[in-house]
Design a protein around this ligand. Structure first.
Ligand code: 5AD
Length: 351
């Protein structure tokens, strides 16, 4: 099933008919199986710093949130987390942080080189909007992938919730194209149910994903954080897109249909609004990746992007339960690096 028109996407988003939605899920699940298979790839997420110079209106890490204790991992702590990911059989580490200039270009470069040399794990970076020079240096150092969500494709909404830094206007779409030119596997995505976001906006987000054809796509519900401007009173505008699990799953299925070869995680945010079944639901509606947290246990509670984040303490127990749950679904845990099928197909096309 190739492509969906804008009108079809919008119609699906408006549908509440249980039978129709069951059919949507089955179509997305079949497409997932056909294009990326039954393996669920696990990525070890390392949250290396919660310092952030930005003031995004939804995120608990925003600079002006003075109530949060800030930390930056040492090189040795990051390497220890990477070794933990390796010992659990993961093929990838995801190095994530707030937008933190304290993580200097050279420090990150050396870190990437060391992880690659010591573990051979694939390295995904998610360090925010960084300069073209840094992105090029890190790619050269051996980073394989980069995640940067566009959050919403609606320009005025984006600008309202992302105050720019004085020095540089924010243009994430330009950065995503740059990442692709540099040879990264490129990942992006959005939040679902941002105050002021409509189903039309979500339709545009999905159509933008179809156009960008990312190698990885992360999506999750907007979760209000009380210490942020969007976490206070949520004004209910008419046509507001819900930040519900059902809406996230619908979007997930549609995204699988328009970007069938992408790696798509069942995200922590989805699991956080449904701790019992969120991961499984994601995997049944089109997802093929999960990103378990391997950060040092003592810092996890400080990486509070939103409240109620799951897997704040455990690692081994969570891992074992996850493997069991994946197998009980008739799926298997991914082996190897789990490179994006979309990326590999593009590479092949290029030669
Ligand atoms: N609710 C849900 N997701 C959030 N993110 C940041 N803040 C929130 C929130 N309050 C997401 C953004 C960001 C990713 C790392 O976390 O989409 O890209």
């Amino acid at each position: 099933m190739a492509g969906l028109s804008r009108a079809e996407v919008l119609k699906w988003l408006c549908t509440e008919d249980e039978e129709a939605l069951c059919e949507l899920r089955e179509r997305a699940d079949a497409e997932r199986r056909r294009r990326v298979g039954d393996q669920v790839h696990l990525r070890g997420l390392i949250e290396i710093s919660n310092h952030c110079v930005r003031s995004c209106h939804y995120c608990g890490l925003r600079g002006p949130n003075h109530g949060l204790k800030r930390y930056r991992l040492t090189r040795e702590q990051v390497l220890q987390s990477a070794r933990l990911a390796l010992s659990l059989g993961y093929g990838t580490v995801v190095i994530q942080s707030g937008e933190d200039p304290g993580l200097t270009s050279d420090w990150v470069t050396e870190l990437i080189e060391t992880i690659r040399r010591q573990t051979r794990l694939a390295v995904t970076l998610s360090l925010g909007e960084r300069s073209d020079e840094e992105l090029a240096a890190w790619r050269y150092a051996g980073a394989d992938r980069y995640l940067l969500r566009f959050e919403t494709s609606r320009r005025d909404l984006y600008e309202r919730i992302h105050p720019p830094l004085a020095s540089t206007p924010s243009d994430r779409i330009r950065l995503l194209r740059r990442l692709r030119e540099l040879g990264y596997e490129m990942g992006t995505g959005m939040m679902i149910g941002i105050p002021g976001q409509t189903l039309e906006d979500l339709t545009d987000d999905i159509m933008l994903l179809a156009e960008l054809d990312p190698d990885m796509i992360g999506l999750g519900p907007f979760v209000p954080h009380p210490d942020t401007p969007l976490g206070k009173v949520v004004p209910v505008t008419s046509g507001q897109a819900p930040n519900s699990e059902n809406m996230v799953l619908k979007v997930l299925a549609l995204v699988r249909l328009v970007c069938p070869m992408s790696n798509i995680p069942a995200t922590t945010a989805l699991a956080s609004i449904d701790p019992e079944g969120g991961y499984e639901a994601g995997l049944r509606w089109g997802a093929n990746v999960i990103m378990p947290n391997v950060s040092p246990a003592e810092v996890r509670k400080f990486y509070q992007i939103y409240p109620g984040k799951v897997c704040v303490t455990e690692t081994i127990e969570f891992h074992e339960r996850l493997v069991r749950r994946i197998q009980e679904m008739g799926r298997s845990v991914g082996v190897g690096r789990g490179d994006s099928a979309a990326y590999l197909a593009r590479q092949k096309g290029a030669v």
